[in-house]
Structures are given as C-alpha cells and as structure tokens.
Design a protein around this ligand. Structure first.
Ligand SMILES: Nc1ncnc2c1ncn2[C@@H]1O[C@H](COP(=O)(O)OP(=O)(O)OP(=O)(O)O)[C@@H](O)[C@H]1O
Ligand SMILES: [Mg+2]
Length: 266
C-alpha cells in the first residue's frame, strides 16, 4: 500500500520469520553460534529461551539454513502439543522418513536406524523443537529417552529445545533431562544500537536507500518496544502507513508517538 511512496519493492517490516530479512544482532549471533556448537560437538541437548517475539523461531529457520545437509540431518518440530505417540510420529515425519509407523516402538526403531546411518555417514542428527515450553511432561520424558540413544559415550542425537522463558524452569524440574542439556542460552531483545541498525537493515533489504525514520523516531520506537523485534515491526509498519497517509517524507517522533497514544499498538 505505502510501498511506492517510501520507495520499497516489498514490505520491510513483515512479521514473518523470513531468513532473507534476518538481522544478526549481538544476541542472535551468540545464540546461533551456541546452537551450531551444540550440534557439531554432539552436546546432547541445548535450550534456547527468550521472551515472546524476540526472534527464536526466526533463529531456528536460519540455523536450519546455515547447517549443510551433507553434515547435518535436521528434523524441525514446530507444534509439540501432541500425544506422545503422535509426537514421536511427528518427529519421524519431520526427518523426512516415509511411511510413518503406527506404533511408538516402530517409530523409535526407525529413528535409531536413521541415527546410526547418519553416524556412519559422518552426519549429525539434530532435532529442533520450537515452542518447547508447551511440551507435556510425557513428551519431555520422550525427549529424555531420545537423548538416551548413545553409542560409545557419544550422543547419537542433538536436541535443541526452543521456547519461552518458562522452558528453563520446566527442564530444571526434570533433573534426568536437565543433566543432558549442556548448553543454555537466553535470547535478549535488541539493544538500542541493534534496534537502530535493524530498522535501517530491513528498509535496505526491502529496496530503499536511506532511512525513512528520524533518529528521534527511532529513540521513541526503542523506548516503547524495548527492542523486541516483533513489536518494532508492528510499530514501524504502522508508522510508515500513517506517514504515507499524511504524505510525509520522513517519519518523525510525532508519528510514532501518535500511534502509541492511539493504543493501536501494545
Ligand atoms: N534477528 C532478526 N532479524 C530479522 N527479523 C527478526 C529477527 N528476530 C525477530 N525478527 C522478526 O520478529 C518477528 C518475531 O520473531 P519470531 O517469531 O522469531 O519470535 P519468537 O521469539 O519465535 O516469538 P514467540 O515467542 O511468539 O514464538 C519475526 O516474524 C521476524 O519478522
Ligand atoms: Mg516462535
């Protein structure tokens, strides 16, 4: 709608976890490095926690994209709220295995075969579970059992659990699982500098030269969103819309302020 007015070829602040629009903030860079380390060093399990809208799902997509298929076999489960049998079936399915078996035991055999195959081919098996804070106690137990697949003291599978902050406590409550989680990282929102760079980066990616937002506008955006990317996107998107309807050439703090005051944004 406002794309032409601001000189964009596509929407700059779309709220989708699109790796093309991925900005490597300090915290995202560290998180990515740790996840990749966990996979490469066969660390068993890793937890990536973070507040709502901080970029956890986006990061898992980037992680999957970064890891080469020759070296890593990755299954990504995005909806873990399932009965244990369905949960294991979903894992089998997400590893691209055909004809998902109808019993849990057969599924576990299939997974075991796959892990051994991967090991022989020098490939790491990585299971990523997004929204892992929603895992039921029984499914947590299934994960613990998956981490029991070991050979000569090496883990055959790395499990990356990704979810909201309560995930950490949930895992801590299960000592047998907690002990197998070697790496924990909490993803922080952007700081002020990252917020500034992120807003500019997204505009460039969408085809615009130069910043449509004044420094004062960015300050207001940071104050209001505390650097949470999803909130930044919402506020920037609405600002561009309002700026367009007022035929502005730059987004100043007054536009951002008016949107916050209207309560159109939380
Ligand atoms: N590093 C980043 N680079 C670019 N865009 C990002 C980044 N982090 C987050 N975003 C944007 O913010 C939006 C929200 O991020 P995402 O869905 O990954 O958050 P989340 O932590 O998984 O949220 P939830 O807790 O609701 O699952 C994404 O749609 C994406 O557009
Ligand atoms: Mg998410």
């Amino acid at each position: 709608m406002y794309l032409n007015h601001w000189g964009f070829q596509e929407s700059p602040f779309e709220n989708v976890p699109d790796p093309r629009f991925f900005y490597l903030s300090k915290s995202h860079e560290e998180a990515l490095a740790r996840l990749i380390y966990a996979g490469k060093m066969r660390k068993g399990g890793a937890i990536l926690s973070g507040e709502i809208g901080c970029g956890k799902t986006t990061l898992t997509k980037v992680c999957v994209q970064e890891l080469s298929r020759a070296e890593f076999d990755i299954g990504l489960v995005v909806n873990p709220r399932l009965e244990p049998r369905e949960f294991i079936q979903e894992i089998v399915y997400q590893f691209g295995l055909n004809d998902v078996p109808d019993t849990k035991v057969k599924c576990l055999h299939r997974l075991n075969e796959r892990m051994i195959e991967n090991m022989r081919a020098n490939r790491e098996t990585i299971l990523i579970i997004d929204e892992a804070h929603l895992l039921s106690p029984s499914n947590m137990e299934e994960i613990r059992l998956l981490l029991n697949f070991q050979l000569n003291d090496r883990f055959l599978m790395t499990v990356l659990l990704v979810g909201q902050p309560e995930l950490k406590e949930k895992v801590q409550d299960i000592p047998q699982l907690n002990q197998r989680i070697a790496i924990k990282y909490h993803l922080e929102p952007f700081d002020y500098q990252d917020t500034e760079e992120y807003i500019l980066f997204r505009q460039k990616r969408a085809g615009r030269n130069g910043n449509a937002f004044s420094p004062e506008a960015i300050e207001r955006i940071y104050d209001h969103t505390t650097g949470v990317p999803r909130s930044i996107n919402n506020l920037c998107d609405l600002s561009l819309l309002v700026g367009y309807s007022k035929n502005e050439k730059v987004i100043g703090p007054n536009i951002v302020e008016s949107i916050i005051k209207d309560g159109a944004i939380y």
